[in-house]
Design a protein around this ligand. Structure first.
Ligand code: TGC
Ligand code: FAD
Length: 446
């Protein structure tokens, strides 16, 4: 759907125009019941009525204290609002249950593809929506506003599977995989981390040996998002000279298995697994020819970390929005708790941090669009957004008192999710050291 977003008229045609207008009006006016009563007599179909009723509980409005919307194009706003409406309709009603069951809601894959969440910046010739980097960021923001696990699936598919095939793949590989990945007909995962090599992926031991027109792959990857159900895995392994290459491994190849990892208290609505390779024969045609060395997977991480820098702000916005509304409605000692200075301090600091982070990622998006963003700038934004989000989640929880720990509100779920976001795609410490290296020239990793 968003693929056609450059022509606003073609994005929402017929009844969809009506859906979009109603849903966006609802977002603006906090899904207030009075508004529902006002609209109901004018609604054409019972389907529209059901959508609005299902959405009544999600009153998220967005946070824009510095009028950053004025910096966005109409296309950006349409893409953002479409993703927001989709999250309200499809994600909010089911996410707490999925989280409790520790299941990724796979039925959402088609919708993710339709809103352009799979490879937003991949050109149209390969089936992508061909959007800019700010659009990509806005989609990630809205998805993570729904749940970090949902954003994770889109991040991995876009930046860690479609991007390496697009940037380093042969023309045959691009045509074979990218259109299906964009359409959600195929799901991918990214295998870099190993049991003994997390922050230091350059030490990996997964390896492949030459075998005529195939290579023989051995080793194991761990903590791999989407692994349990992915159709393909982009796997990083060393050749006989110790040089890192990317290989596309397909489900069904003999000796390849993807056991699920259980017991996570974080990112529960995302399926995480291992990738185990026991003498897997991978055709040489599946090796990504365009780039080798550690810089190849790290280049993909730049794109994914950029998406997270926007996404984590989405989680922070949801926590702030929830806490502000609760503080205005909840009365103690005869007045709304929003009137007490201690609660105002928390809320005022939250909106300040969200605003600073929004300005940072917007500027980073401009630099990315111009091809000027550095890896170190991306690290700083990823680290900052996750830090402010995790702090805001914690402070928001306190504003809700006991209700803050329940699944009637999204805050505890965001809070637990953000523990993973703080660690994956480079830990908080690693990103600080990347900034340290960039500003001093001194490498403190080793
Ligand atoms: P180092 O010697 O610094 O670099 C090796 C080569 O890579 C180049 N390089 C980069 N290239 C592109 N983008 C970057 N961000 C790059 N950073 C470095 C570098 O120029 C060099 O090239 P060359 O040609 O000289 O060989 O490497 P190092 O071994 O010292 O490690 C540096 C360090 C620690 C920063 C790096 O290894 C690192 O970033 N570690 C963190 C690992 C990590 O982030 N893993 C993430 C796994 S994937 C994941 O978590 C997905 S989560 C699912 C989801 O997103 O939802
Ligand atoms: P370690 O590297 O062992 O780090 C442990 C601690 O030591 C951290 O605090 C770290 O900051 C610190 N530390 C390490 N090195 C240094 C240093 N030089 N200086 C100072 N402190 C240091 N990986 C993938 O490849 N694909 C995926 O799809 C994927 N999905 C994930 C999903 C989830 C839910 C999680 C939790 C992880 C996922 N990961 C994935 C793995 C993730 O990228 C790693 O967990 C992360 O890179 C950290 O590695 P580690 O857990 O081995 O921690």
């Amino acid at each position: 759907m968003v693929k056609k977003a450059k022509n606003q008229g073609s994005v929402c045609s017929g009844i969809r125009v009506f859906h979009c207008i109603v849903l966006q009006n609802y977002a603006l006016l906090s899904f207030r019941e009075e508004l529902a009563d006002f609209y109901m007599p004018f609604l054409l179909t019972s389907q529209v009525k059901e959508e609005i009723l299902a959405n009544r509980e999600d009153r998220f409005q967005g946070v824009d204290y510095y009028q950053i919307d004025d910096l966005l194009t109409d296309e950006h706003k349409l893409i953002r609002d479409t993703a927001r409406a989709w999250v309200k309709k499809e994600v909010s009603p089911i996410i707490e249950e999925a989280y409790e069951k520790a299941e990724f809601p796979r039925h959402l894959i088609q919708g993710l593809a339709e809103i352009g969440a799979f490879g937003p910046y991949i050109p149209e010739e390969y089936g992508g929506p061909g959007l800019d980097q700010i659009s990509y960021g806005l989609i990630m923001q809205e998805l993570e506003r729904g749940d970090s696990g949902l954003r994770s699936t889109a991040s991995v598919q876009s930046s860690l599977v479609m991007y390496p095939i697009y940037a380093y793949g042969s023309e045959e590989q691009k045509m074979k995989y990218i259109p299906k990945l964009a359409a959600g007909e195929m799901i991918g995962c990214f295998g870099l981390t190993e049991p003994d090599h997390g922050s230091n992926p350059g030490g990996m031991v997964t390896n492949f040996k030459d075998d005529g027109d195939h290579v023989i792959l051995n080793g194991a990857k761990m903590w791999i998002s989407n692994a349990p159900f992915a159709d393909i895995a982009v796997v990083w392994a060393k050749n006989e000279e110790g040089r890192i290459h990317g290989l596309i491994v397909e489900r069904g190849m003999e000796g390849f298995s993807t056991p699920t990892m259980h017991g996570k208290w974080s990112l529960r609505a995302s399926d995480t697994g291992e990738l185990v390779f026991q003498n897997v024969r991978v055709p040489k045609a599946n090796i990504l020819p365009g780039m080798s060395g550690l810089g190849a997977p790290l280049g993909c991480l730049d794109s994914a970390r950029y998406g997270i820098s926007w996404g984590a702000i989405g989680a922070a916005m949801d926590c702030y929005d929830t806490a502000l509304r609760y503080a205005l409605e909840r009365k103690q000692f005869g007045r709304p708790i929003a009137g007490f200075q201690l609660q105002q301090k928390k809320l005022a600091e939250m909106v300040t941090e969200i605003t600073k982070a929004q300005l940072m990622v917007f500027r980073l998006g401009q630099l990315k669009n111009e091809g000027k963003a550095t890896s170190a700038q991306i690290s700083m934004a990823k680290r900052n957004s996750v830090e402010i989000a995790i702090n805001i989640a914690r402070e928001s929880r306190t504003i809700l008192g006991g209700m803050g720990i329940t699944n009637e509100y999204p805050i505890m779920r965001h809070s637990m999710n953000l523990e993973s976001v703080l660690t994956y795609e480079g830990t908080h410490d690693i990103h600080l050291l990347i900034t340290g290296l960039d500003i001093t020239g001194e490498n403190a990793f080793k």
